[in-house]
Design a protein around this ligand. Structure first.
Ligand code: PMP
Length: 375
């Protein structure tokens, strides 16, 4: 018999033991766990957003523009400045975070009887997009240094015949960016299936000099979609604005599966106001990149009971380091000292986001302490 605590609901059986995705949200002085930008918007940005939202509020009785042409134009302009690649506004798509953009991609190109492919370890939401769209989920492995072997990747595409391939570059949680030759190998193999290749560039603005953006390949590959977000470089995780650039045909397919008016007038106005301050926001990204490189160098000088600390190459605003015999103990030791990082990635590794100079210092002091305690 059913009780009020355990109602009988016709839940899809594959969801029975699932829990909602998300890192713990704890009240801790130093938050370095979800790769946020540590700098809140400046007062100038706040004032522009307030003015933009006030303007949007004056017509909130109306639905917003379903196709948000003004925002698409602003995003295209931003990409041209950031990467040197100019796309038309019709080649831009946006939604509530790049999470939703990628769900749209799976809704349009995945589905029952179809396969989505990625390379582990990678972003843990990908299998959830596949699950929620009834798409079969397959992963290849990254090499020891978290790179993807181009020939092996092309062979796997050939063998699995996916309709969607998800490649994070820089990858979460490892920080690894993909070289052009790997992207081209996967794109060429995908063209023969055919498959849509999604290059998730959520962290692209943090890439090191010389690391390419997949945007440069858009013109040659109409089955490529490059996703970006305002959550990281733009210091606007709370806004929920992700977007992509792709061929017009690919974008038009996404317009079919989106809910009507999915991007609120308030979201559109906030994003446009933030984008108008792109120069100031990108200046902070340069500081964070330098802070990241200093953190990598510092971690490489540390030794734990298990030997020298290993650090993955990072093109992102976070660093994966390890390995620890008991990573949970290290994570907990840091938390006890007021520093929250993320227990994620392959066994023994931990991930720390790049914070302000003083937050990084707090992390370094706490880690030094924790390692000393373990010896
Ligand atoms: N891709 C990657 C690789 C991520 O790490 C994240 C966020 N952690 C996202 C996409 C989603 O970001 P958002 O939905 O905030 O744009």
């Amino acid at each position: 018999m059913s009780t009020p605590d355990a109602p009988v609901l016709p839940l899809r059986p594959e969801l029975a033991d699932e829990v909602p995705y998300g890192a713990p949200q704890l009240e801790v002085p130093v938050l370095l766990n979800v790769n946020e930008n540590p700098y809140p918007p400046s007062e100038q940005v706040v004032a522009s957003i307030a003015a933009g939202v006030a303007d949007a509020a004056r017509s909130l009785n109306r639905y917003p523009d379903r196709d948000f042409p003004a925002l698409r134009q602003d995003l295209a302009d931003y990409l041209a400045v950031e990467s040197g690649v100019r796309v038309a506004p019709e080649q831009i798509w946006a939604a509530n975070g790049s999470n939703e953009v990628m769900l749209h991609l799976l809704q349009a190109f995945g589905g029952p009887g179809r396969t989505a492919l990625s390379f582990a370890p990678t972003y843990s939401m990908y299998p959830e997009y596949a699950r929620d769209t009834h798409t079969r989920w397959v992963t290849g492995r990254r090499a020891e240094d978290f790179t993807i072997d181009p020939d092996a990747a092309a062979a796997l595409v050939e063998a699995e015949q996916p309709s969607v391939i998800l490649l994070a570059s820089p990858n979460n949680p490892t920080g690894t960016a993909l070289p052009r030759e790997t992207l081209e190998a996967v794109l060429d193999a995908a063209a023969r299936v055919p498959a849509v290749v999604v290059v998730d560039e959520a962290y692209a603005e943090f890439r090191r000099a010389g690391t390419p953006s997949a945007l440069e390949l858009l013109e040659a590959y109409p089955h490529l979609a490059v996703t970006r977000t305002m959550s990281k470089a733009f210091a606007a995780a709370g806004l929920r604005l992700g977007y992509l650039a792709a061929s017009t045909a690919l974008v038009d397919a996404l317009r079919v599966v989106r809910l009507p008016y999915h991007l609120s007038a308030v979201t559109q106005a906030t994003a446009r106001a933030a984008l108008a301050h792109r120069d100031a926001l990108l200046a902070q990204v340069a500081d964070l990149r330098a802070e990241r490189d200093a953190l990598v160098a510092w971690l490489r000088r540390q030794r734990s009971a298990a030997g020298p600390v290993q650090v993955a190459e990072s093109d992102a605003n976070f660093v994966l380091f390890g390995t620890f015999a008991d990573r949970h103990a290290v994570w907990q030791g840091l938390l006890d000292r007021g520093v929250l990082i993320r227990e994620t990635g392959p066994d023994g590794w931990l991930r720390v986001s790049v914070g302000t100079r003083s937050e990084t210092q707090a992390f370094q002091d706490a880690l030094t302490d924790v390692i000393a305690e373990q010896e």
